[in-house]
Design a protein around this ligand. Structure first.
Ligand SMILES: *[C@@H]1O[C@H](CO)[C@@H](O)[C@H](O)[C@H]1NC(C)=O
Ligand SMILES: *[C@@H]1O[C@H](CO)[C@@H](O)[C@H](O)[C@H]1NC(C)=O
Ligand SMILES: *[C@@H]1O[C@H](CO)[C@@H](O)[C@H](O)[C@H]1NC(C)=O
Length: 430
């Protein structure tokens, strides 16, 4: 049975009001936990548009992240996509206490660092809790037949990107472009070839493997010495997965080997450029870029014609596309582009001031009752108990936020991604 959004919201609201009851009826929604049987596909069915497309956003509990996600939801509402957005919180507490429904979480989310790799001990914050499940759920949603646009919360939405994504046939994965290759902060994937599905699975697997089992690193990188860095950054892992899928040879050199070599966080490794691995990696990259092709697409909202690169997947009639700027743009902001990612504004303050300058800073979120904007006529239940009522009092709100190392540590710098990965440069290419 396919529930309308309004019906689904009504179920969730009803259930919030029955949280304290012990007997759960047929309308029990699994607490909004995407690990509940069938919950992920049910949430996606509830949210997807008529093309089976949805947006996925994730957020942590600290005040800056909540403001940032609130702002993004306002921006998404402006292009009619709030109602098609799956909002994934880092915890049940965050979901219940700090966010307006509909909001989901996952009981598979990590609560503590799962290993003592350098990555875990130096950088752990709330974002690490769901790096793996985010990638897992994207892969799983695509397997269920959905087209998913996963975005960071430091994004500005001016045009609905889906019509243009639909027009870019022949690429079942379309990622934002970045200096190194793709930017993991804005990635779209739809059902396509087995090779593309495998690429998505590969990214999730790599995050899980390196977060949990740094011990395997020397099997993959012969020169690695403990304590292993065991890079689990989704961007460098995604880029190695892309190189692997395009060349037809699985590589770990750009993400894993590169970070076991000497870098500012890992001073004891060999100089990267002196390793045989760095030379092989360069050959792999050039092999990949030799396969690169150019495509043209018409921008639906202003009829411009624009070019973009595709990287054909080995053994498949499918490719990874690097989105043109009209679709996924770095700063500087230009309202002709659908989605602008504020990667280059480093830190929360810089992002806020950028957003203020363009008149797109709305940290208080949508007006009460407007979230998801289900048809007014069938929305009676939604107007009942709200998250605000349920959560404002809960010590939950405070507890959750206080614990987010985020507030104190690195991620204080925003719902923004702090990419520690020491890539050549974080400056956008364009
Ligand atoms: C490859 O895919 C495109 C659509 O993406 C299709 O038009 C074309 O016929 C396919 N080619 C082969 C050989 O299957
Ligand atoms: C993968 O790499 C191996 C070893 O370098 C090579 O022999 C093989 O031809 C490569 N496969 C592809 C599909 O390029
Ligand atoms: C975020 O938005 C919700 C309403 O959508 C509001 O209740 C909450 O106070 C906002 N949070 C912050 C930090 O502004």
């Amino acid at each position: 049975m396919r529930l309308s959004l309004a019906q689904g919201l009504a179920l969730r609201s009803l259930c919030l009001s029955c949280m304290s009851s012990i007997v759960r009826g047929a309308d029990f929604d699994g607490l909004g936990d995407l690990e509940a049987p069938g919950a992920l596909a049910a949430a996606a069915r509830l949210l997807a548009n008529t093309h089976n497309e949805l947006v996925v956003l994730a957020t942590g509990p600290d005040a800056t992240s909540i403001q940032m996600v609130n702002n993004t939801l306002v921006s998404l509402e402006g292009v009619g996509l709030r109602r098609h957005t799956l909002l994934l919180a880092d915890s049940w507490t965050t979901c219940r206490a700090l966010l307006a429904p509909p909001c989901w979480w996952s009981s598979r989310t990590l609560r503590k660092p799962p290993s003592d790799s350098r990555t875990m001990t130096m950088f752990w914050d709330w974002r690490f809790r769901f790096y793996f499940i985010k990638k897992l759920y994207i892969a799983s949603l695509v397997r269920h037949g959905f087209a998913v646009l996963q975005a960071d919360t430091d994004t500005v939405w001016v045009h609905d990107p889906f019509p243009m994504l639909r027009a870019m046939q022949g690429s079942s994965i379309i990622a934002m472009k970045d200096t190194a290759l793709a930017n993991a902060g804005v990635v779209y994937a739809r059902p396509g070839s087995a090779a593309a599905q495998r690429l998505l699975d590969d990214v999730a697997w790599r995050v899980q493997l390196f977060q949990n089992w740094p011990e395997v690193v020397p099997e993959i990188v012969p020169f690695a010495k403990p304590p292993y860095y065991a890079n689990s950054d989704d961007q460098t892992l995604l880029n190695d997965a892309i190189v692997s899928a395009v060349t037809g040879n699985r590589t770990f050199l750009g993400s894993t080997a590169r970070y076991e070599a000497k870098n500012r966080y890992n001073p004891d490794g060999p100089a990267w450029d002196s390793t045989a691995e760095s030379h092989i990696w360069r050959r792999q990259l050039s092999k990949m870029y030799k396969r690169q092709r150019s495509r043209t697409v018409t921008v639906p909202w202003d009829s411009r014609s624009t070019r973009y690169a595709i990287l054909p997947l080995h053994g498949a009639n499918d490719s990874v596309a690097l989105a043109p700027r009209a679709l996924f743009a770095h700063l500087p902001y230009d309202p002709r582009n659908a989605v602008t990612h504020l990667t280059a504004a480093r830190g929360f303050k810089a992002k806020v001031s950028t957003l203020q300058k363009i008149g797109m800073w709305n940290p208080n979120g949508l007006p009460k009752g407007a979230e998801g904007t289900p048809p007014a006529s069938s929305d009676e239940h939604h107007k009942g108990p709200t998250r605000k009522g349920a959560g404002a009092k809960g010590g939950a709100a405070k507890g959750g936020a206080a614990k987010g190392g985020a507030a104190k540590g690195g991620a204080a710098k925003g719902g923004a991604k702090k990419r520690w990965s020491g890539r050549p440069s974080d400056a956008p290419e364009e």
